[in-house]
Structures are given as structure tokens and as C-alpha cells.
Design a protein around this ligand. Structure first.
Ligand code: DCT
Ligand code: MG
Length: 505
């Protein structure tokens, strides 16, 4: 029998759908994104729902694949699926579109604004991540992160995300050994220029033990790891994740609160008998801002504020953005700066002066000034994770929206009716170092942590040298090696120079 022609109920459904799809008048808040949501493998109803939701949140969403579309969002489609579909759409050069997975849109909807599209959100084109045969003999992958080039283009995010969760869980259980094993696996997987699709691909890759391999195998076969799933449901893991998200709360405090029976932040907040440190009080007060990551645009705005304040006292001072942002990251949990003055050499008064200035300008929400304990003759620390001895200040700064790039500076919509909060709290680290130590401090504060750990391990085990954020000591010659630039330090160590954006190990 033929399929019956369109019924009344079909027509009604279609009308309902059209009503949903046709753009209702919502204010467009994020002009830099023009979205198109792919119906293929998603279905009309879900697509209509998502389009409406995104429009309500202030996104511009096109019903048709018009010339203005910048981002295509797809669900359950691989990059090749989308490219194949685009090929049939007669849209010319399809490389102008950013192809994103639905997980990106979901995250945007959660926070009510665009989040940065990172590796896991991107439908990576096959040319970026080769899936056929590994292009390099994996035996050539060094055991040292400082001998590998690791950009932000992570072809194995599916695996590294899983291991990040497992590593964190062992960190929460204070099992450093297994935690480090997972961190090393994450680090080495991030440098592979191909996506692992079969176990043969990782033959000879260092740091992938039996445990790690069995998890990789499970993810290849089932798309997920049962161990990761169990951790995500684990009560201790969930509570520790919440507690440690508070600035000033580490493992010790989390353990204490967990033992006291707390499981949520509201439960902690409700207990008025708890003694919180000054840092934790600030942590709770600005929690919402501090957990919403710092965007590059915000980091750039903070840079201008820091530079202006520093130069008010030391006009010749060097102010350098370090940490993840120097490695090219588009988001971070804080903004790190290294300050040095070629003129005065050392100026212990600079940070106190900057603090006073910001207090006067009402920009300072919290600060902790740590005095220098640096001694020029001291040998570099043997500890891989030792803190350095420079004078530094950990602070929370008030960043006014108007200081950030105009697109992002729009206050949230409720500001029209309420007294608006027109700023965001941002975690900032300032480190002051003598100019002679500048190259070492810069290398140390640029990270990543795993890169730094391996630089020190390499210096110790391969070169009989000792490296930290202040100096490099040659144990055979019994001399400190001077360096004017990071390149000098790599040369002293006999390493090829690795650019900051290749240190995302
Ligand atoms: N660092 C280090 N050892 C530590 C702490 C920090 O080598 N124990 C270095 C590495 C990175 C740099 O200092 C800045 O530290 P973070 O801000 O914690 O790291 P990040 O890479 O900037 O990451 P995020 O984007 O989360 O701020
Ligand atoms: Mg940082």
C-alpha cells in the first residue's frame, strides 16, 4: 500500500515546527557567531528546539545555510560526514566554516554565552589528524616532554579527557604515583600527530603502561571507559571536585570537609561554625567568576592594567604574560605575569606599591604578598615541583567589562532592571624577579607543568645539571650557567629550542 498522503495531524506538526524554526525576535548578543545547526542525524524536532534555545540566549542562528554562517554545529556526525553533506550544498569553499560538535553548543547554553571551541568541540578535518597510518615511527617519541613538540591541537582528546579524570581522582586520593603515571600518559598522547584508532598505533610510545593501554583499548572498542564512568559517579570525587574549585581550598581542607559529611558547597556555606581562611572567604565570595574561565581577551585587558600600574613606578620594567596564555591557550584559570626591571635590578617596593595603587583604585578584591627568599648562591632545588623563591603576589583583581574587547563587554541582560555588576573577578599571579634570573623564571612560569617537570628531570638525568626557576647549575663543572634568553637555556641543555606554543605537554 502507498504511504498515505499528508494527514491533518502531519500538517499541524509541521506548522508547530515552523513556528519554532522561524526566528522569533530575540536580541542578538553575540554578533561574531552565526550558527547553522545541521539536521542530519539530529532530527527536525531537536534541531528546532536547539535553534530556539540558542536564539533565546542571544545567538544568531540561521535556518538556511546562508553566506553569513560562520559555525556549523552537528550531532552524531564525524567531520567527514559534515564535509560530505556540505559538498552537496553548493556553498563553494567549505573550509570557511568552523565545524563544531553539539557539545560546544550545549556548553554555551549552560553558561549563556559562547565558550571557546577547544579540541574536543572541534570536528577535526582529516588533514589535521591523520587517522590512516601513524606518520611517524612511534619509537621516536621521546620520554621527555622537553624533547617533544606539543601544540594545542590534541588529536587524542577522547583519551586524554578520560585520563585527566582518572589522574584527578588519584590526586584526590593522594596517590601521587598513579596520578603521575596518568599525567605522563596524557602528556605523551597530546603530542601524537594522529588519532589513535587501533592498539598498533601506540606501539613503542613511552609511558603507556598496561593499565593505560587497557583503558585506551576499552575506549577504542566501546567509545568510553567504565573506570571513568565509575569515577564520575564517585561521591568522594564529586565532592572533592566541588571543594577544590574554591580558591584557597586544597586536598587537606577537602578531606576535612568530606569527613565532616559535607558533599556540596551549599552544605559547607550553611555551616557558620566553620573557620575559613581569608583566601577561602574570597574564594567563596568570587566563586562564580573564578570558576568561569578567563578568556584571552580578559587576560589581554588585565595585561594592560598590570603594565600601566607597574610602569607608573618603574617605567622601564618588563611585564610579560606567562603561563598558559603565553603557550597560546585561549582560556585559563588565572593570568600569570613575570615582572623584572633592567634598571633597578631588584625592587622590593614595586609589588607593595602596585597593591596600594589598586587598593586606591578599588580594583583589589584579595591579595597575598609573598616575600622573596631567593639567594643567589643557593643550588637549584632538587624537587621537581618546588615553588620558586621570588617575591610574588597572588591576587584577585576586579576587571571591569568595559576594559575588555567591546563584543564581550556587554553586561548580562538583567542589568537593565537591577543594579548591575559591571566587573568580573579574575585570579592574577605577579612574580617579580631580578633581571639576571629573568630567562629562567620565564621558562619556569611558561609551563606547562609537565614540560617543566621533564626539563628538570632531563637536566638531572641526562646532563648532570640542576635546573629550577632561578638557575642552571652544572654539577660536573661546578658552575652556574648564565642565560639571557630561553634559547640560551635550551642550548646549555643541548636541546632543540621548543617554542612556547609547543610546550603544551
Ligand atoms: N608552574 C610550575 N610548577 C608549579 C606551578 C606552576 O612549573 N608547581 C609553572 C607552570 C605553569 C605556570 O607556572 C603557571 O601555572 P598555572 O597558572 O597553574 O598553569 P597554566 O599553565 O597557566 O594553566 P591555567 O591555564 O590553568 O592557568
Ligand atoms: Mg595560569
Amino acid at each position: 500500500m502507498d504511504k498515505p498522503s499528508t494527514t491533518i495531524s502531519d500538517l499541524k506538526k509541521k506548522r508547530r515546527m515552523n513556528a519554532l524554526i522561524s526566528p522569533t525576535l530575540h536580541e542578538i548578543k553575540f554578533n561574531e557567531f552565526v550558527l547553522f545547526i545541521l539536521e542530519k542525524k539530529m532530527g527536525t524536532t531537536r534541531r528546532a528546539f536547539l535553534m530556539e534555545l540558542a536564539r533565546r540566549k542571544g545567538f544568531r542562528v540561521e535556518s538556511e545555510l546562508s553566506d553569513s554562517v560562520t559555525h556549523i554545529v552537528a550531532e552524531n556526525n564525524s567531520c567527514s560526514d559534515v564535509l560530505e553533506w556540505l559538498a552537496g550544498q553548493n556553498v563553494g569553499d567549505s573550509s570557511r566554516f568552523e565545524l563544531l560538535d553539539i557539545s560546544w553548543l550545549t556548553e554555551c547554553m549552560k553558561v549563556g554565552k559562547p565558550v571557546e571551541a577547544i579540541g574536543k568541540h572541534q570536528l577535526v578535518t582529516p588533514s589535521d589528524c591523520i587517522t590512516e597510518t601513524p606518520p611517524l615511527a612511534t619509537k621516536e617519541v621521546s620520554q621527555y616532554a622537553c624533547k617533544r613538540r606539543t601544540t594545542l591541537n590534541n588529536c587524542n582528546q577522547k583519551f586524554t579527557d578520560a585520563f585527566e579524570i582518572l589522574a584527578k581522582n588519584f590526586e584526590f586520593r593522594e596517590n601521587e604515583g598513579i596520578c603521575l603515571a596518568f599525567m605522563r600518559a596524557i602528556s605523551v598522547l597530546k603530542c601524537l600527530p594522529f588519532t589513535i584508532v587501533r592498539m598498533r598505533d601506540i606501539e613503542g610510545v613511552p609511558w603507556l603502561g598496561e593499565q593505560v593501554k587497557s583503558i585506551i583499548e576499552e575506549i577504542i572498542e566501546d567509545g568510553e571507559s567504565s573506570r571513568v564512568k565509575a569515577v564520575l559517579n564517585d561521591e568522594r570525587y564529586k565532592s572533592f571536585l566541588l571543594f577544590t574549585s574554591i580558591f584557597g581550598v586544597g586536598l587537606k581542607t577537602s578531606e576535612k570537609w568530606y569527613r565532616q559529611g559535607f558533599r556540596t558547597l551549599d552544605e559547607v556555606k550553611a555551616d557558620k561554625s566553620l573557620k575559613l581562611t581569608k583566601m577561602q572567604k574570597a574564594g567563596f565570595l568570587y566563586h562564580e567568576d573564578l570558576v568561569s574561565c578567563v578568556a584571552k581577551e580578559e587576560a589581554d585587558a588585565v595585561y594592560l592594567i598590570v603594565k600601566e600600574a607597574v610602569r607608573a613606578f618603574l617605567p622601564e620594567a618588563l611585564v610579560t604574560l606567562t603561563g598558559g596564555f603565553r603557550r597560546g591557550k585561549k582560556i585559563g584559570h588565572d593570568v600569570d605575569f613575570l615582572i623584572s626591571d633592567p634598571e633597578s635590578g631588584e625592587d622590593e617596593q614595586l609589588l607593595p606599591n602596585v597593591i596600594k595603587l589598586w587598593e586606591k583604585q578599588e580594583l583589589l578584591l584579595y591579595y597575598d604578598l609573598v616575600e622573596s627568599t631567593f639567594e643567589k648562591t643557593k643550588l637549584p632545588s632538587r624537587k621537581v615541583d618546588a615553588m620558586d623563591h621570588f617575591q610574588k603576589c597572588f591576587l584577585i583583581l576586579k576587571l571591569h567589562h568595559q576594559k575588555v574587547d567591546s563584543n564581550r563587554s556587554k553586561p548580562p541582560p538583567e542589568s537593565k532592571t537591577h543594579e548591575a555588576k559591571n566587573w568580573k573577578a579574575i585570579r592574577v599571579d605577579l612574580v617579580m624577579c631580578p633581571i639576571q634570573q629573568y630567562a629562567y623564571a620565564l621558562l619556569g612560569w611558561t609551563g606547562s607543568r609537565q614540560f617543566e617537570r621533564d626539563l628538570r628531570r632531563y637536566a638531572t638525568h641526562e646532563k648532570k645539571m640542576m635546573l629550577d626557576n632561578h638557575a642552571l647549575y652544572d654539577k660536573t663543572k661546578k658552575i652556574f650557567l648564565k642565560a639571557e634568553s630561553e634559547e640560551d637555556i635550551f642550548t646549555h641543555l643541548g636541546l632543540d629550542y621548543i617554542e612556547p606554543w609547543e610546550r603544551n605537554a
